[in-house]
Design a protein around this ligand. Structure first.
Ligand code: TRP
Length: 451
């Protein structure tokens, strides 16, 4: 058997996991959810879920991966044949996310090109973004370009090169975001917006906010889809699982917070705190940032740099998502890597077309106020991922028993500091919490509950 190659040490592991974790989830998704779901209220719920559920689930997944040394489908099968289906369901999630992730990736390509061509001032106009996404051909072409870029990187196997680049680009992205956020905060009214972003108002707390925060947590940390199991399988026994995860959490959340800081106070300032502007949804980043750049000296260049950095972060994530799907197809169909990648690329494009057209010609298709892209997003983040998370916790809590994971964390004589809370959350809090949220959602869907 071929020996699995390993990440060299803790830094290598943390950096690679972070490169996969940091992407559009942090930069695009987190800010619009925070703006929509009450700012500080969402932030607080998110942070609490992160250190409890998020941490626990990540320890569980990485633990399963390192223990078995296998990627997700085989890992569950090896631990207990009867529960192989958990691995299979997990593996479907990336295939569902990748298409609409790439649609947004296409939007980022478009904005990069617009700023490159010096069209930053045009992008400020109110109708610019809407004009773009409601048209049919243009968003589809940018989306196709993004899928093509991702596929080419996967076929050529140059992920390592891309990852190296991203190690340089990530710090630049952070510095640039700090500058943009600081500048945005000088906009009149932005301090009011800052207050909205960081002050929780618990009277606004609803089950919907909790479900949104939970879905975002899974999405942003690449959890509940088997990816971290695979990452864990490459992790060396000497690397400390607990502290690595704390670092990844800090990094991922830090970047999401920063992206929110850049966008939420600014939207608030530009709209005077109008709820409909705050609830703009997936378009928020694209509507707001050009306005900030427009007010800044050298805004055109800064805008271009910013979007290209976002594009990189998006590509490292989409490559890792596609990689997951491709290796699955390769295993199942015994296809070559090239054939598998082309097939996955075409599938991704086909499945993403409705999400893209859903803002234009197919805008009539909606459910509970969601566009087609929102629906895909909702199915993966708010339904499938919570279910996978639930099954994973029950599997660890009652089938292989938490001690199996605890032993793995302590394999090298390490002390598992959060052992008690890990066991308690896995066995009781997470399953009960997730079931309660899902029930309240179904009850709302049936009209029993205000959602
Ligand atoms: N976490 C990534 C982001 O924030 C998106 C993502 C979800 C992902 N699942 C993944 C990336 C699996 C790589 C692998 O954008």
């Amino acid at each position: 058997m071929k020996k699995r190659s390993n990440f060299s040490g803790k830094l290598g592991f943390v950096m690679s996991a972070a490169a996969s974790a940091v992407g559009l989830g942090n930069l695009w998704r987190f800010p619009y959810l925070a703006a929509k779901y009450g700012g500080g209220t969402f932030l607080l719920v998110y942070l609490i879920l992160m250190v409890t559920f998020g941490f626990t689930l990540m320890v569980g997944e990485i633990g399963i991966g390192r223990k078995t040394g296998l990627s997700v489908i085989s890992a569950y099968k090896k631990l207990d044949k009867r529960f192989a289906f958990i691995g299979i369901i997990s593996a479907f999630v990336p295939a569902l996310i990748l298409p609409y992730y790439s649609v947004i990736g296409g939007w980022v390509c478009k904005y990069t090109a617009v700023f490159l061509a010096g069209g930053g001032t045009e992008a400020v106009q109110d109708g610019f973004f809407t004009g773009f996404i409601t048209s049919s051909v243009s968003p589809l072409m940018w989306f196709a370009l993004f899928v093509l870029l991702t596929s080419v990187i996967v076929i050529m196997g140059v992920e390592k090169g891309i990852e190296k680049c991203s190690k340089i680009m990530m710090p630049v992205l952070i510095i640039l975001s700090i500058i943009i956020a600081a500048y945005g905060l000088t906009t009149e009214g932005a301090l009011e917006g800052l207050k909205y972003y960081i002050t929780p108002d618990l009277s606004k707390l609803t089950a919907k906010t909790v479900l949104a925060a939970l879905g975002q947590l899974f999405y942003s940390m690449s959890l509940a889809m088997g990816v971290m199991v695979t990452y864990g399988s490459y992790m060396k026994k000497e690397t400390n699982i607990e502290s690595s995860i704390r670092h990844i959490e800090l990094f991922d959340t830090g970047i999401a917070f920063l992206a929110g800081l850049m966008i939420v106070p600014a939207v608030y300032a530009f709209s005077g705190g109008d709820q409909s502007a705050l609830s703009a949804g997936p378009g928020l980043m694209f509507i707001t940032l050009p306005k900030i750049f427009n007010n800044m000296a050298f805004g055109g260049i800064i805008g271009f740099m910013f979007f290209i950095l976002v594009l990189f972060a998006a590509l490292t994530s989409s490559v890792s998502l596609m990689e997951t799907v491709v290796s699955m197809v390769q295993d199942k169909l015994k296809a070559s890597r090239k054939v598998a990648t082309v097939a996955v690329g075409l599938f991704t494009f086909a499945l993403g077309v409705p999400s893209s057209l859903g803002f234009g010609v197919w805008s009539g298709v909606s459910w509970m106020g969601m566009s087609i892209l929102d629906m895909f997003d909702f199915i993966s983040n708010s339904i499938l991922m919570p279910l996978v998370a639930l099954m994973t916790c029950l599997f660890i809590g009652y089938v292989i028993k938490p001690s199996a994971i605890v032993d793995e964390v302590e394999a090298n004589g390490e002390v598992f500091k959060s052992k008690k809370s890990f066991v308690f959350i896995t066995k009781y809090i997470a399953p009960i919490g997730i079931v309660a949220i899902l029930i309240s959602f179904v009850a709302a869907g049936l009209g029993f509950l205000q959602w």
